[in-house]
Design a protein around this ligand. Structure first.
Ligand code: PRP
Ligand code: ADE
Length: 181
């Protein structure tokens, strides 16, 4: 079985959660299985460091940005392996000090994200990670926070994408997902 098939077999689907019409894709079973978690992180790191871009032009990742809350589970693990910084994007009102702010609409509600000012320096290369992309609203808001600080977005990375919504993603930079649902 490939890494992708292995991970896909572990992600669990819950119809009508958190409200009717949404099929909730639960990634927590991956975290219950150390082999699956190792497979997941190694897959992401391999993708970032060895995919098709020739080494001579490949850019070093300076910062991994993770989205509140499930992006916090994978972002620091990837950052540690890359020798990069980890920076959180949090839901409004949770971060101390001056923050940049971006509101967004997602698959089942409206929210506001914040990032601490100065967390990313001008010109740093950034990847943005989360468990899942549905409408792309969360990812797009996180991207605008990175750009407000002068960060250069190399790629967005997700465990799962909801492919039916892909055509409406408000995102211009490359997107990589391991599982397409
Ligand atoms: O592409 P979108 O439509 O924006 O949806 C994707 C976002 O929704 C979920 O987070 P949620 O806001 O439910 O927060 P949580 O991680 O705190 O549960 C998920 O973890 C993504 O961050
Ligand atoms: N279908 C879904 N499953 C899990 N998390 C989500 N966040 C937004 N849509 C989701």
């Amino acid at each position: 079985m490939s890494d992708i098939d292995f991970l896909q077999s572990i992600v669990t689907r819950y119809p009508d959660f958190p409200k009717p019409g949404i099929v909730f894709l639960d990634i927590f079973p991956i975290f219950r299985d150390p082999v699956a978690l190792e497979t997941l992180i190694t897959h992401f790191v391999y993708h970032i460091t060895s995919h098709t871009i020739p080494k001579s032009v490949r850019k070093k990742v300076d910062v991994v940005v993770g989205l509140d809350a499930r992006g916090f589970l994978i972002g620091p693990l990837i950052a540690l392996r890359l020798g990069a910084a980890f920076v959180p994007v949090r839901k409004k009102g949770k971060l101390p000090g001056p923050c940049k702010l971006a509101s967004y609409e997602k698959e089942y509600g409206i929210d506001t994200f914040e990032m601490q000012e100065g967390a990313i320096r001008h010109g740093q290369n950034v990847v943005i990670v989360d468990d899942l992309i549905a409408t792309g609203g969360s990812a797009s808001a996180a991207g605008s926070l990175v750009r407000m600080q002068g960060g250069n977005i190399l790629e967005y990375l997700f465990i799962v994408e909801v492919s039916a919504l892909r055509k409406n993603w408000p995102i211009e930079d490359p997107v990589y997902s391991i599982i397409q649902e």
